[in-house]
Design a protein around this ligand. Sequence first.
Ligand code: SF4
Ligand code: SF4
Length: 92
Amino acid sequence: MANKKSKIIALVTVCGTKEASKAMKKEFKEGNITIVVDYDKCKGAGECVTACPVQIFEVVNGKAVAKNIKECIECCACTNACPYTAIEHSSC
Ligand code: SF4
Ligand code: SF4
């Protein structure tokens, strides 16, 4: 009985871990452009905010968030500016 119980606990732990790692990447999509920020890597210092010429990024609760993606000019300054390679951009 105790053995069955520990198997169930182990299963719940594995599933929980899987879910947590999935949530670490946040996708922002508009039209043909997709920006993904890896929240495991993002340190929130805002280099992407400063680099983007059309203010796509802001830091919310210590993590980069992309908005108004339709304004993106696909210059790749954000991916180049991020010291932690936390940003994936579909055009860069
Ligand atoms: S590609 Fe250029 S315009 Fe688009 S989000 Fe990155 S820095 Fe901003
Ligand atoms: S530059 Fe990279 S690490 Fe810094 S806030 Fe932007 S996404 Fe996060």
